[in-house]
Ligand binder design. Structure first.
Ligand code: NAD
Length: 501
């Protein structure tokens, strides 16, 4: 594909181009420049925030139902463009076409969820201890929301954040990852086409440490919604804490796991492990970096699993039947290979090592195949604790359910957990004893749905889940008390008579 795309920023309803530009490359064919996009500056970020601030009062006063109706139009536009959006997403991120399409559908589901909630009750009417008073609880938008998103879900994750933020009456500045600027621009174009007023959604493009950092620091930003790596998320948390009013919702990395119990169905366990570890080339936040396997099943599991792993096709994302695509960039290739080496240094028993893939055109892209090893649990083993974010997988044997819980919890992360068992007492124990935000039984540890909270604990999240649950981060709750009596009566038995005629 020729260099056809020149990206723009959207500030206060005006598309802006020019200035310094960055290149956008296809990770499956790194020589291919997809296009160029603006290297936004701190000044651009400030203009976008100002536009959002100025648009806020009118947007907040617009009826929630009218705001929701714009999302109905947005849903129609996404449905119209599914194929184009999926293709762009695939080319830019390296995600295979089938998964890219599923991600666009997930984004659409979020928009449909927002349409559906627009007419739902938003507050509560509560009884007072004084019969003549009515108490109300309502939500108010916080103001300007900075939406800073990762490359690996460049369509769905922005919508998880933009959807609830805008419906509740906030205005937004959206900063896509510099790895996936084009799908970010296409999504913004759809907001404009759907009729969202100028300044309500702004698009700031560029580098995280420049434009992202400027957004996170800006005093007129009220909430930073961030999804990405732990290092950047913890930086954003510190920046937000320096301000008197700013809050943040941070979703970060993980070392998720599938736990294969003694009574597991082996075929189901192998399938769940395969999807958890290697879909999206192990580059989902919830990707399993660990499969904990009961020793009784270990030998057979390893045999069946490796047989399936060796048949996986990591290929150009547009190849029919491809299972997964390339890594996103050269830095990721180096990181994954470094962790593969580290596993060997840590005396792992290597079961499968596809290494750098260099045949069939893959030499032109960032292709690394699966690396699978058995590692005994131990206190100082780094590879079974640190996020690798690639097709790097430890199989860790265990003897008892209690030991599996200890191993599962022994990382600083806590995002996703799947348990494979036929025993209802067992899964309940894992449900309650493991640290995670998303749990599954007899499923892979990937596969979220938008009407559930999406978030984690420990280094994986700061307790402000995304998707449907984001409403709690982008609004604050107020109480409002109305007196229907002709005299004032106070709660808790306080006298009010002396002041009244
Ligand atoms: P990243 O942290 O490198 O970048 C995420 C975003 O932050 C990008 O838009 C980037 O430009 C911006 N950014 C970078 N430096 C910044 C700074 N100093 N200030 C402000 N913004 C800055 O992450 P990535 O490589 O795009 O995504 C991969 C990571 O995201 C993995 O760790 C993965 O686990 C995580 N992730 C988590 C979830 C979740 O919900 N928990 C979902 C998807 C991805």
């Amino acid at each position: 594909m020729a260099n056809t795309w020149t990206g723009r920023q959207l500030i206060d309803g005006r598309w802006l181009d020019g200035g310094a530009m960055l290149e956008n490359r296809n990770p499956a064919k790194i020589a291919e420049v997809i296009g160029t996009f603006p290297r936004g500056t701190a000044d651009d970020a400030a203009s976008a925030v100002l536009a959002a601030r100025n648009a806020f009062p009118a947007w907040r006063r617009t009826s929630r139902i009218k705001r929701g109706e714009l999302f109905i139009k947005l849903a129609e536009l996404i449905r119209r463009d599914v194929a184009k959006l999926a293709e762009t997403l695939s080319r830019e991120s390296g995600k295979i076409l089938d998964e890219a399409r599923a991600e666009v559908i997930e984004g659409l589901h979020m928009v449909e969820y927002v349409c559906g909630t627009a007419r739902q009750p938003t507050g509560e009417c509560v009884d007072s201890e004084i019969a003549g008073k009515d108490l109300y609880v309502r939500r108010k938008p916080r103001g300007v929301v900075a939406v800073i998103t990762p490359w690996n879900f460049p369509f769905a994750v922005p919508l998880w954040m933009l959807g609830p933020s805008l419906l509740e009456g906030n205005t937004c500045v959206f900063k896509p990852s510099e790895e996936t600027p084009q799908i970010g621009e296409l999504l913004t174009e759809l907001f404009v086409e759907a009729g969202f007023p100028a300044g309500v959604v702004n698009l700031a493009q560029g580098l995280g440490e420049e434009v992202g950092d400027a957004l996170a620091r800006h005093e007129e930003v009220d909430v930073v919604c961030f999804t990405g790596s732990y290092d950047v998320g913890s930086h954003i948390r510190r920046v937000a804490a320096e301000s008197d009013h700013k809050t943040c919702a941070c979703e970060m990395g993980s070392k998720s796991a599938v736990i294969v119990c003694e009574d597991a169905r082996l075929d189901l366990a192998v399938n769940a492990a395969l999807l958890s570890a290697f879909k999206t080339t192990g580059q989902r936040c919830v990707s399993a970096g660990r499969i904990l396997v009961h020793r009784k099943l270990l030998h057979q599991f390893e045999h069946d699993f490796i047989e399936r792993v060796s048949a996986l096709n990591f290929a150009d994302p547009f190849t029919p039947g491809a299972f997964a695509g390339p890594l996103i960039n050269q830095a990721s290739v180096e990181k994954v290979l470094k962790y593969n080496d580290l596993a060997k240094q840590e005396k792992a028993h290597v079961l499968f090592d596809a290494g750098r893939l260099t045949v069939g055109g893959r030499e032109a892209g960032n292709f690394v195949g699966p690396f699978v090893y058995r590692q005994e649990y131990g206190p100082n083993v780094r590879t079974i604790r640190e996020e690798v974010f690639g097709p790097h997988l430890a199989i860790i044997p265990f003897e008892t359910d209690e030991e599996a819980v200890t191993i599962y919890n022994d990382t600083r992360y806590g995002l996703s957990m799947a348990v494979i068992t036929e025993n209802y007492r067992r899964w309940r124990m894992f449900r309650d004893e493991c640290d995670y935000g998303m749990g599954y039984v007899n499923l892979p540890c990937i596969g979220a749905e938008v009407h559930l909270p999406f978030g984690g604990v420990k280094k994986s999240g700061n307790g402000q889940p995304s998707a449907a649950a984001l409403v709690d981060s982008v609004t604050h709750k107020i109480s409002f008390t109305v007196n229907h009596d002709l005299e004032i009566k106070m709660a808790q038995g306080m006298t009010a008579g002396a002041q009244q005629k």
